[in-house]
Structure formats: C-alpha cells, structure tokens
Design a binder for this molecule. Structure first.
Ligand SMILES: [Zn+2]
Length: 167
C-alpha cells in the first residue's frame, strides 16, 4: 500500500458518492438512507450493498480502492453498480426488479441507460488488465497462500495443520 497520507479516506468516498448520485441518479427513487464506506482490502469482492436492520443501505467498497493508483473512474463504476442494485431493489427497501440482482445484464443496461456506459466500460477493462497486479502488490500474504496451496506439503506439516484446524 501507499503512505497512509496518500490514501483515499471515507470522506473522499462519501463526496464521490454524493456527486455520482447527483449527476446520474437524481431522478431515481430514494426510499431509505444510503451509507458508503471502505471495507477490508479483498481479492474478489469489489463492492457490496446490503440493507441493515435499521433499514439503512450500506455500501462497502473494497479497501484496495483507497489507493490512488486505482483510477477514480473505477471507483465510480463500482459505486454506480451498487447504486443500481439499490434502485433495482437489492440491498434497499425498494421493490425487487428481478429474482437475481445480476440477471440478464440488468445492472449494466441500467447503467448504460443512465449515461454511465463509458465509466462502466473503462472500469471493466481496467479491472481486467490491472486488478490481479493490485492484489498481488497489496495482499502479498494471500498471494503466497495461493502458491503454498499448490505445492505439496509434508506429512508432518499436514498433521500440524489438521491439528490446528480442529481447535
Ligand atoms: Zn452486483
């Protein structure tokens, strides 16, 4: 990771979310409050939205997006993806538009309809080209674990591991 002073903050993320909503979602129904924050750095999940018991929609963004090496448009693309889930009734109190949140490109089509097509395309391309590297650089332990799993471990190592697992 970069120096802490160079990393994006939750405040930055909230501002980003506000202007994104203002620019692309103002006409969308807003039934309950949305909060946005960075979560843990993770390999696979870029963002998520869920409805809390207090009926707030909580958007959590991958902690790796704190890095300014990840383009702003990528963060915008993922935020917009979660907002689209919100207006389609996933992680919000609005009526569900389909059985499954990702059915038939529903999210992508809604984003394109809202003028977010370019951001979406950029985000997808960038993730495809660079994400693996970002993960490798910033989550070194996970990367190592991955390699270790592939190499054969000795009988002794396996014994210790299974002992630790059962505790
Ligand atoms: Zn999704």
């Amino acid at each position: 990771m970069q120096n802490a002073s160079e990393l994006r903050t939750n405040e930055w993320l909230r501002d980003e979310a506000k202007s994104l909503w203002k620019n692309f979602f103002t006409d969308a129904p807003k039934k309950n409050m949305i909060t946005v924050q960075f979560g843990r750095p993770a390999k696979a999940r870029l963002g998520s939205i869920r409805l809390t018991r207090k009926k707030k929609s909580k958007v959590i963004m991958n902690g790796l997006f704190r890095s300014t090496h990840v383009p702003q448009q990528v963060v915008q693309g993922i935020l917009a993806h979660e907002f689209t889930h919100y207006i389609q009734g996933f992680g919000s109190e609005l009526p569900k538009l389909s059985l499954h949140p990702h059915r038939c490109r529903l999210v992508d089509e809604e984003m394109e309809r809202r003028g977010l097509g370019e951001i979406l395309e950029f985000q997808k391309k960038w993730i495809k080209a660079h994400w693996e590297n970002v993960v490798k650089k910033n989550l070194p332990r996970k990367a190592k674990k991955h390699i270790r799993r592939r190499t054969r471990s000795s009988f002794f190592q396996r014994q210790i591991r299974s002992f630790l697992k059962t505790r």
